[in-house]
Design a protein around this ligand. Structure first.
Ligand code: ATP
Length: 251
């Protein structure tokens, strides 16, 4: 078994009276892609934000490469080698593609490393290379999503957190994004990915956890879960565009 990169035990997150996450456990082994799936409101985004230091943790623990990061702020978490590509493509609309990418490298001191990160991002996303001088607000939805992922990669993270990279994108663009995720995986980056698009995600993941109403609901090797068609239909949604299938309660 590879070493564990990230380990979460008994995670609890509250927003006032709302208990969004109610004791989640999960492990991400080094070099693996782990998927975090489940219906809207299951607590996936809250869990990712807690890892990144963006949501306060009410109880439980998060450790990364053996170090307790439960209460570290976002900047310290980034410096440890964790980068998050947020849901909703929160890029800087009035900065160019290149300027946005540079903001992702704020923890990187070596100019040579920044240059090689630019090369890597432009290799993954040739569309961004073509548009490097364009202001971000002029990009399409798919290009914005690529920019958000590329910006996270600029920090050369050892653990990449992705929140809904395919949300709202046309099928061809979704295919493009998943092809690039497969390449990122092949280069050995450890990935924790939150997605509604379960089938595509299970194809690139090693292991998956399904959350329901803030708790671990089920888990297993992605190759096993993908075989269970009833489960994929009932709990995971078949393509991310079927919210009615994503609202089923835990039995
Ligand atoms: N800032 C907040 N204040 C209050 N409640 C919140 C806040 N953020 C999330 N919640 C609530 O916490 C629960 C879990 O939300 P979360 O976004 O983590 O789920 P999710 O599984 O990522 O769902 P989605 O796919 O819809 O983003 C939901 O009931 C949500 O309404």
């Amino acid at each position: 078994m590879p070493d564990t990169a990230l380990s979460i035990r008994g995670l609890v997150i509250r927003y006032g009276a709302v208990e969004a996450v109610r004791g989640v456990d999960l492990d991400v082994p080094q070099g693996h892609v782990v998927a975090l799936l489940g219906a809207n409101g299951a607590g996936k985004t809250s869990t990712l934000r807690a890892i990144s230091g963006l949501s306060p943790v009410a109880a439980g623990s998060i450790s990364y490469e053996g170090r307790d990061i439960t209460h570290l702020d976002a900047e310290k978490v980034t410096r440890l080698g964790i980068a998050q590509s947020p849901e909703g493509r929160q890029v800087f609309a009035d900065l160019t593609v290149e300027e946005n990418l540079r903001t992702g490298a704020f923890t990187v001191r070596s100019k040579a490393q920044v240059a090689s990160s630019f090369d890597r991002c432009y290799r993954y996303f040739p569309r961004l290379a073509e548009r490097r001088s364009q202001l971000a607000y002029t990009l399409s939805g798919g290009e914005l999503q690529m920019l958000a992922i590329a910006r996270a990669l600029m920090a050369s993270p050892r653990l990449l957190l992705l929140d809904e990279p395919s949300l709202g994108l046309a099928p061809l663009v979704v295919q493009d994004i998943f092809r690039i995720l497969a390449e990122i995986r092949a280069e050995g980056t450890t990935v924790l990915i939150v997605e509604q698009n379960a089938l595509q995600t299970l194809k690139i993941a090693d292991y998956a956890y399904v959350l329901a109403t803030g708790r671990n609901h089920l888990e297993g090797p992605a190759a096993d879960l993908i075989q269970d068609h009833a489960l994929v239909e009932a709990y995971l949604g078949s393509g991310g565009k079927h919210p009615e299938k994503n609202t089923k309660e835990t039995p």
